[in-house]
Design a binder for this molecule. Sequence first.
Ligand code: SPV
Ligand code: MN
Length: 611
Amino acid sequence: MLDNVSRAKLEALNNPKVMAYVEEAIKICRPAKVTVITDSEEDTNYIRELAIKNREETPLKLKGHTIHFDSPKDQGRDKQHTRYLVSKKVDWGLDVNYILKDEGLPEILSIIDGIMEGKEMLIAFFSLGPTNSPFSLRAMQITDSAYVVHSEKILYRSGYEEFKRLNGSDDFFYFLHSAGRLVDNVTADIDKRRIYIDLEENRVYTVNNQYAGNSVGLKKLAFRLAIQKAQREGWLAEHMFLMGVHGKPGRTTYFAGAFPSACGKTSTAMLPGQSIVGDDIAYFRKINGEIRAVNVEKGIFGIIENVNPNDDPLIYEALTTPREVIFSNVLVNDGTPYWLGMGKEPPAEGINFTGHWYKGKKDENGKEIPYAHKNARYTIALEELDNVDPNLNDPNGVPVKAIVYGGRDSYTTVPICESLSWAHGVFMGATVESETTAATIGKEGVRTHDPMANKDFISVPLATYLENHIKFAEGLKEVPTIFATNYFLKNSEGKYLNGKLDKLVWILWAEGRVNGDYDAIETPVGRIPKYEDLKNLFKQHLNADYTEEDYNEQFAIRIAKYLEKMDRMTEAFSHIKLPAAFAAEMENQIKRLQEAKAIYGDVATPDKFRK
Ligand code: SPV
Ligand code: MN
């Protein structure tokens, strides 16, 4: 099946496990042709051209731009069919979707039996994290989708040479993917979509899908494997952005931040005046008494909705000028892409994820189809952006001084709040609640408990995961400060209390706190900003007059609501044996809130806590 060139490329790796996986994949999937992709520009070009030749992507008007569509039923992560393959039942204190190997393995193997007949199998190698780095993990991708490899070439560092450095070791992740039978270039057999993650073997089978969150092995599938590997080896793999915050000229303070999908993670990492290291997944290690972190990726698979010249000028500029970009699930008319909230009138017809689209087109339930999908995305290399941080590829990562946790929380938590200690910060992260979004298939707007914005990906018992977080601060020379943010607070009439760019002020305040620039007010839930400091920051950075009235409404501690949240958290954690330090944080938090309630009632404005 392999021609001489591809065979030689594989043999040069000198890796028995790679050979065994390739042999097995060929035997089961029965492709018509097999091509091995190395790190060379020639091989990357081959993939770019193949994606167009096999019509998974279509070139758009601007040079380097292409459009890819996923099936209307494959527009987000399929949580229902994403399962861990395990040898025995698991109880991780989380809502874990798993299937026993005895049942799951034969099922998936029968689905992939002959699935690549008549198709070309691609074998590609990547590095998760910078190459030649203590952080990097290696990953082998086998797929029949050139779109998947093309996306990975943009999003990850090529790792063929990294595999040589493995010296024959089997310490790598392996992903086998097939888009399955295609009709009009999209997956046809969605009912047989399966994403099975074998934690014991560090390998994943994913079939009958194309949406990158399901198909691109290196993204959320590798992430689940990494979380388990990290917990075995004493480091952390997190659903976090990494950014350089520049509170004063010449000062860079690195922040990491976890937000559930579609809750402002990318837009925080892309805040004007700051620099981006990564927007989705980070690995953390303790090196010489410091927490250092790398971006696992080198590109963005970002939500395109609401990217417009006002709110995201940098991305908008990058997406409307010639360079390598894959658009997915937007509207195309005359070779030009249109998306929701781009600040431009869309044409009355075009091609979108449902095929030919026209204004007023309805779906099978009679619901009007929007011209572009809410979870439509762009794939772009970070190097294409002017605000990319110079240390993106540093093999030793960047030093992390602050960690931010945020959720989509309409009625409870304040816009920004500093934890009282590392353990209290871990507690804050573990009690993030968020309303569901279009990033996963299912109903939107349902409040869920989402510890560390990571609930979809945590692949170890929750208690162990939390304990690792608490222990991670041990032996550090300087412990990072943890903050909680909420960009989605509403008033009693359901109106958002903050503008989109207000997050810049919250992040700059946090950066100032880390560097000792500001005092704070200690409340039962943590430390909040003083009005004067926010007023100055709003004026200086957004040229806005922040009123004391706004401040009092946004930073009032909604004691009764926080207590209701604590009731939900007590219930959520009631099934697991919490680490003692964590249980203590929970108990103290409740106690502080109850005491405050006795004095102030349901809501208390910040001045009540000012000394
Ligand atoms: C997310 O949903 O958290 C994403 C996109 O970052 S996906 O690739 O679907 O995971
Ligand atoms: Mn994500």
